[in-house]
Design a protein around this ligand. Structure first.
Ligand code: SF4
Length: 431
């Protein structure tokens, strides 16, 4: 059963009388378990839908529709499948106590992998799930592989019951499913021979394995499980050598790079980030692969749209890892606008100094960065720090933070989004 949360006015669902709170039970005789069933089973033109209305009455709708006209319902989010692993490097295991409950949920859900690109290990996938993936052709899936040798993977995922990932991927690939893979590299556990074997196994899946990202392990000061080696510059360089070797082979044999190092890997290694063309379709950008290069391009492309802001002083709050990359971007923004951009680099007060990502800064960090900066006309903060409910990771709200500060504050993904005048823009309100 799936519950309707919203019905679009004038849609098929609206016309036949489905209302929010309706429980959709089956389509053409097949029971509905979640949003995937609904999405795929309603692809037919002739639909017999069994439902229970909020008043408890059972109804059946016999529908003929044409041209894939949408049904027009929004569904309650599915109960997320929990992760059965206990990876030593798990970011969630490393979260400090006292944060809001849903931050501690460790999801490992192939459905979210297909629908939203979340990485899943497939550790908790059952026979029935494999059949569903194949029947609905849930492709591509984003898979946290980490290592293909079975024993190494058991250690990495801290789970003796993980299935053999090569067998799982091979079976799915034989059924036409494709993947984007990631390997979080933990020095001493899955670098060296394990990395080589893993890349070989993934390569042998052919076109089914569309790309592989290598991401260096990152741990917060609160990680209580991980006591292995951290990723240093030398390790990062060795990993990048492997990336270069494999990408040369992939370019020669399949015409794309196939394997990518995450931005963090290049930064740790002290190696310049590749150009925009390097990343092709940016298929792993959400995984931190090509984000900086994409940002550079968006800034470059947006400069022409910027207004003159001579005499203004604009604060830019960022994290430690982005700090070395900022001056180049801020110099371009200065040249295009005439404004002075002050970079304010903050350590993360919640996760500790080893967490350097700008997007993980919390409300308290923003307050500390800007509270005494009466010299600023406005300030930009990383938009990624705020969730859809307007909250930072420490539960501080953006509105409360903004109201406490002496200058207008705007979340921004790439500066251009915040500085281009549009309607009631920040520039005007800061004037
Ligand atoms: S797979 Fe590992 S890293 Fe991912 S949520 Fe589970 S324990 Fe954490």
């Amino acid at each position: 059963m799936v519950r309707v949360t919203r019905v679009h006015a004038g849609s098929i669902a609206d016309e036949i009388g489905i209302v929010p709170g309706t429980e959709l039970q089956s389509v053409n005789g097949r029971l509905l378990e979640d949003f995937l069933d609904w999405e795929f089973l309603t692809a037919d033109e002739s639909l017999l839908i069994a439902a229970r209305l909020p008043d408890g009455s059972d109804v059946e709708y016999d529908i003929e529709r044409t041209d894939g006209e949408p049904m027009g319902v929004e569904l309650a989010p599915p109960t997320v499948r929990r992760c059965a692993n206990r990876c030593e490097f798990c970011f969630i295991e490393g979260l400090p106590k006292g944060l809001r409950k849903n931050l501690y949920i460790r999801d490992d859900d192939y459905r979210l992998s297909f629908a939203y690109g979340n990485f899943a290990t497939l550790s908790n996938v059952k026979e029935k799930d494999i059949a569903r993936i194949l029947e609905y052709r849930l492709s591509p899936l984003y898979v946290s592989v980490h290592a293909t040798p079975w024993e190494a993977r058991k250690v990495l995922l801290n789970n003796q019951r993980v299935p053999n990932i090569v067998e799982q991927l091979t079976r799915l690939a034989d059924g036409g499913i494709q993947f984007h893979g990631q390997m979080v590299i933990v020095p001493g556990l899955n670098d060296g021979d394990v990395l080589e074997q893993s890349l070989t196994d993934l390569w042998n899946l052919g076109d089914a394995m569309m790309s592989v990202a290598l991401v260096p392990v990152g741990v917060t000061q609160f990680s209580h499980l991980y006591n292995g080696k951290s990723m240093d510059r030398d390790n990062a360089r060795i990993l990048l050598d492997a990336v270069h070797r494999w990408e040369a082979r992939a370019l020669a044999e399949r015409g794309d790079r196939w394997v990518y190092g995450s931005d963090e890997l290049y930064l740790l290694a002290g190696v310049p980030l590749p150009a925009f063309e390097h990343y092709g379709e940016f298929s792993q950008i959400e995984n931190g692969v090509g984000q900086v290069t994409s940002l550079r391009k968006r800034v470059r492309d947006g400069l022409k749209q910027l207004p003159r802001l001579d005499g203004r002083r604009i604060g830019v709050v960022t994290g430690v890892s982005m700090a070395p990359l900022m001056p180049e971007l801020l110099a371009q923004l200065h040249e295009a606008t005439g404004a002075t951009f002050d970079m304010i680099t903050m350590e993360n007060s919640l996760f500790g100094p080893t967490t350097t990502t700008a997007g993980l800064l919390v409300g308290a960090d923003i307050r500390r960065a800007l509270a005494d900066r009466r010299d600023l006309d406005l300030a930009l903060i990383p938009a990624e720090t705020i969730n859809d409910d307007g909250l930072f990771l420490d539960d501080d709200s953006f509105i409360a933070v903004r109201e406490s500060l002496p200058m207008p504050v705007y979340p921004s993904y790439d500066f251009i989004d915040a500085l281009v005048p549009e309607g009631d823009s920040m520039i005007r309100s800061a004037a």
